[in-house]
Design a protein around this ligand. Structure first.
Ligand SMILES: Nc1ncnc2c1ncn2[C@@H]1O[C@H](COP(=O)(O)OP(=O)(O)OP(=O)(O)O)[C@@H](O)[C@H]1O
Ligand SMILES: [Mg+2]
Length: 423
């Protein structure tokens, strides 16, 4: 243990008694975020270990590495950045931003950064906050300080909403909207190691349970019919784990009742999803009702899936026009052309299809009966059954686009530190 570590530990023991210890009692659990801490001192490593053992961290995927900012930059040049990076930096005001630059160049804009430093300097603090750093804490930090910093970013009522929601809907029945939604939810969770919830909003007929080879007793029906009970804890009980980072809010897929919903029926579900995980993917059935319109109005991104025929073209045009009115301040929905090139089927070519829509498709997926049929029948995703297929690559690209993720190693224009500006 270095002399510095010893000194930190002495003062930290006193710091544990700050009023924040009482705040911890009232703190809500952190949502399903990924956090990676890079510790230079033994003290911070111990603080992070204590955080890891706190019950409010049970859903957090936390990694603690003994290493510097350079080690972080090195690591994230080839792997996606987590929701939060905690960095211990000894550099002074003069060198700190320069030390951060290589990391900024590889950091996804949605990733938050908290710095644990050694210089009690208000000018430095302001400079860092201006550059998009979420918090700068001065050593010795207590476990409660780190918990409070994470809560301020991800739990506090006035914190930025955590989750990003992406809704997939077909321009016609059977065009593959659900298949695309499920493959993208899987892709997002897998490619970015980000916790993702797939919600199947097709209560009578939903196929997410079949596609992931699951048969849960509870799911979205319990959530939508009990809005007064619905919170993060209740939601947890309704989720089914499909893979390391993907959970499913499954449809009952039973016809024992009629499924009529009020216009706002799914709002509480969307709210709790947004508080619970960084990404929610919604599989919306091909309907145009008050409730589907309100779901499509509320989400961050809408993806319309269409097959290349006239009815799809007319419906896609109407949907795009209606959604532009419902979401006047958002960018237009994305379009995916699916089942393109079905043998013997007369089709409208992609450019003729897209021209009247005044939109470029983000993906064109070929009709491939054996690839999709095999995946569907074995309850697996395309990237599992045939990872090298061009369709698997297309799903990866869609996953990047709908989450606003930049391809790895691509440095944005505007300078390295520009990337630190997240506001
Ligand atoms: N590109 C493709 N090539 C071949 N088959 C496909 C393709 N995309 C989807 N399918 C198949 O088409 C069928 C319908 O797909 P899916 O259930 O995803 O459509 P949907 O638009 O969600 O339908 P619904 O209107 O019932 O919700 C499934 O059997 C699926 O495996
Ligand atoms: Mg469907």
């Amino acid at each position: 243990m270095s002399a510095l570590d010893y000194e930190i530990r002495q003062t930290a023991a006193e710091a544990e008694d700050t009023p924040r210890a009482a705040d911890l009692e009232n703190m809500r659990p952190l949502p399903r975020i990924s956090v990676h801490a890079f510790c230079e001192s033994e003290h911070l490593q111990q603080v992070m270990d204590r955080c890891a053992n706190d019950r409010r961290m049970s859903k957090v995927s936390l990694r603690i590495t003994s290493g510097s900012t350079a080690a972080a930059a090195n690591m994230f040049a080839s792997t996606p950045t987590p929701n939060l990076i905690i960095l211990e930096i000894r550099a002074n005001a003069h060198n700190l931003l320069a030390e951060l630059a290589p990391l900024a160049a590889v950091c996804d804009p949605s990733t938050k950064v908290v710095i644990v430093g050694y210089h009690n300097d208000i000018g430095l603090y302001r400079e860092l906050i201006r550059n998009g750093i979420s918090e700068y804490m001065v050593q010795p930090v207590a476990m409660t300080d780190v918990m409070a910093a994470m809560a301020a970013i991800f739990v506090d009522p006035d914190a930025e909403p955590l989750g990003r929601s992406v809704a997939f809907i077909g321009a016609k029945g059977g065009v593959g909207a659900s298949t695309i939604a499920h493959n993208c939810a899987f892709g997002i969770s897998n490619l970015f190691s980000t916790e993702t919830i797939l919600a199947d909003l097709d209560l009578p007929y939903g196929t997410a349970n079949i596609d992931f080879d699951q048969d849960p007793a509870q799911g979205i029906a319990e959530a939508v019919y009990a809005p007064e009970r619905l919170d993060e804890v209740f939601l947890d009980r309704l989720l089914t784990k499909c893979s390391q980072h993907l959970s499913l809010l499954a449809a009952p897929s039973m016809l024992d009742r009629a499924y009529d919903f009020d216009g706002q029926a799914f709002q509480p579900v969307l709210d709790v999803l947004q508080r619970s995980a960084p990404v929610s993917v919604l599989d919306v059935p091909h309907l145009w009702t008050e409730w589907t319109r309100s779901v499509l109005s509320a989400v961050d991104e809408v993806v319309i899936c269409a097959a290349p025929d006239l009815a799809n073209l007319r419906n896609a045009k109407n949907m795009l026009d209606a959604l532009r009115k419902l979401r006047p301040n958002d960018k237009a929905p994305h379009l995916i052309l699916n089942q393109v090139g079905m043998p013997k089927r007369p089709e409208i070519g992609p450019s003729e299809f897209c021209e009247p829509l005044e939109i470029d498709p983000i993906a064109i997926i070929p009709f491939d009966i054996s690839l999709f049929g095999n995946a569907a029948n074995s309850g697996r995703m395309i990237s599992e059954t045939d990872p090298k297929s061009p369709v698997a690559e297309t799903f990866s690209q869609i996953s990047h686009i709908v989450t606003g993720r930049v391809a790895l190693r691509k440095v944005k224009k505007g300078g390295l530190l520009g990337l630190l500006k997240r506001k």
